[in-house]
Design a protein around this ligand. Structure first.
Ligand code: COA
Length: 531
């Protein structure tokens, strides 16, 4: 396989400015990620520690095997949102427990007693999907006040899905373990309640449908917490608990023992002899432009992600705004689709063909998305840009090999869909800090609305109020600018997290290893292609 020859000048522009801008963006990312580890703040963390308890990240660290990776999912969920803490009150990700890849989810008890907020629920749902799609055993480290009560209307009804999915996964032989470290009330009680295995920590776990105040109000019965739902009672009387742990460390040991009985699916990590790329990953910072309107050569990115910088490019001279080809990443063979400009009819058709080829040979897909959308205009419509774009979306929608999407720049319009955006269910989707996402750019969108308003006024024969239109246009532009930000996106679980571009190869390697635990099976069945 031929190697990609890099042509960048690390001493000149735009490399130097790109490097500076990306470094600043990474600095901001580091600060936000550090903030995401602070839980509910000093007061609540100190109170938690003074009760002799471990913090959720400490529990996870103790649970994981020595030297295991932890691929954290959506650490910045909820960031900048009303009624949300950074991380949305839950820590979740994938790592090795007793030699098995597992999904680990820990309530952040220092945030509203571990209550599940609106975004917290979305994050729980995403984590559950990861367990189901990749057949990962799930371990919940529970300490949760149930639903975030003031926002119950947003979570109560859809929240039922989470409990349903635990038992459906169980039916599919994907086991679940709950370790209860503290209060686990009402909705919080059903996560352990639906799990296959439950461990409870003596003197700490309190699991009940309603706490003593609710019981008193409902029935007049006066009962203390320990008798109502303590670990001893559940282990000896109700039978809800399967294992009674002396303390938190004992509980974590028990969870590790339970997992050690699970079917050991062979880890998909390839053996040895993996070549590293020929060019340093640090150079990625100078390649991607912080201004998504400035294009960059995507082969320079591929050269820094794939084994030995080797890339067998497919249809290199046709539909050149989409680069397609075969490569290996950490020893996993992949088919790469990467934007190198706006999507045209030829590039869309080429992408659809390439996806079919990868499905035919059971090869996972990697999408490198940097797309301002499909080309618009009369000539392009006449050539059938919608028809051809639909082909690519058809192929992406029906493809059954695992796909992993990395947003390395802009993600606009139907380009988001055609390049396997969130709605197309890639197994994992991460973004770079320069990422921007919206139906279209802020200027274009506000300009379109301006034209629509002017046309409407003209049809009615009314004069326009110029000052009002300008104010409305500016306000809309600022709103869309804000909503296109990568933090706005990650807050809402539109992705699995923002990563340092230098970590992309590692993140892809882990994501591929998780996605390829089960045999990769492509399909030859697609919807009707519109030719
Ligand atoms: N929804 C929203 N906020 C909640 C909450 C819930 N379910 N449970 C607790 N909080 C808030 C508290 O109001 C408090 O906020 P404040 O510090 O701003 O006043 C903060 O979380 C910490 O709660 P606190 O009671 O001081 O913590 P604790 O560690 O001593 O006790 C619980 C934790 C879980 C035992 C206790 O908060 C509790 O019983 N909560 C209600 C549980 C419940 O009935 N849930 C039913 C939901 S379906």
């Amino acid at each position: 396989m031929r190697t990609i020859k890099s042509n960048i000048n690390t001493k000149g522009e735009p490399y130097v400015s790109n490097y500076r801008d990306m470094s600043e963006a990474i600095q901001k990312l580091r600060i936000e990620l550090a903030r995401s580890t602070l839980g509910g703040g000093e007061k609540y963390v100190n109170r938690h520690l003074s009760r002799g308890r471990l913090l959720p990240r400490e529990r996870i660290e103790m649970l994981l095997d020595d030297g295991s990776y932890f691929l954290e999912i959506a650490p910045l969920a909820g960031i900048g949102m009303q009624n949300e803490f950074v991380g949305a009150g839950v820590v979740g990700g994938i790592g090795l427990v007793s030699g098995r890849e597992c999904l680990v989810v820990a309530n952040e008890a220092t945030v509203k007693g571990g209550a599940v907020s609106e975004i917290g629920q979305l994050k729980h749902r995403r984590l559950a999907d990861i367990s189901a799609q990749n057949r990962l055993p799930a371990i919940s480290l529970v300490e949760s006040a149930g639903a975030d009560l003031p926002v119950q209307s947003k979570i109560f009804v859809p929240g039922g899905r989470g409990f349903r999915e635990i038992t459906r996964r169980s039916r599919e032989r994907i086991p679940s373990v709950s370790v209860v470290f503290g209060n686990s009330t009402a909705g919080g009680a059903y996560t352990p309640g639906m799990s296959d295995y439950i461990v409870m920590v003596k003197g700490q776990a309190k699991v009940f449908l309603g706490g003593p105040p609710l019981v008193k109000m409902a029935t007049g019965e006066v009962v203390d917490e320990e008798s109502l739902g303590g670990a001893e009672m559940h282990s000896r009387v109700s039978g809800l608990s399967d294992y009674l742990a002396d303390d938190e460390l004992d509980a974590i040991r028990m969870a590790r023992d339970i997992v050690s009985h699970f079917d050991r699916e062979p880890l998909a990590w390839p053996a040895t002899g993996v070549e590293t790329p020929m060019y340093p990953s640090g150079e990625l910072l100078g390649i991607a432009s912080a201004d998504i309107r400035v294009p960059f050569e995507v082969r320079e990115v591929i050269a820094r992600l794939v084994d030995g910088s080797r890339f067998d490019e497919f249809k290199a001279r046709y539909g050149t705004t989409l680069v397609t080809g075969f490569a290996y990443i950490h020893g996993f063979q992949v088919g790469i689709l990467a934007n190198n400009g706006v999507l045209l009819s030829e590039s869309a058709g080429k992408g659809a063909q390439f996806i079919q080829l990868c499905n035919q040979q059971n090869i996972p897909l990697v999408f490198l998305q940097n797309i301002t959308g499909f080309m618009v205009g009369r000539a392009y419509e006449e050539q059938g840009i919608i028809r051809n774009g639909a082909k690519l979306i058809n192929a992406v929608s029906n493809s059954t090999v695992p796909a992993i999407t990395i947003m390395i720049g802009g993600s606009y319009g139907a380009g988001n869909y055609a390049m396997c955006g969130r709605a197309y269910e890639p197994r994992f989707l991460f973004t770079w800090p320069n990422h921007r996402i919206a139906v279209m750019g802020p200027q274009q969108l506000s300009g379109v609305m301006d034209i629509i308003k002017r046309d409407a006024a003209a049809k009615e024969g009314k004069p326009v109020n110029e000052a009002e239109l300008i104010t409305a246009r500016q306000a809309l532009e600022s709103q869309i600018e804000l909503e296109s930000d990568c933090y706005f996106a990650t807050a809402r679980l539109w992705d699995d997290g923002i990563i340092d571009p230098r970590d992309t190869r590692t993140v892809l390697g882990i994501s591929l290893a998780i996605s390829c635990r089960q045999p990769v099976r492509g399909t030859m069945e697609f919807g009707v292609f519109r030719h």
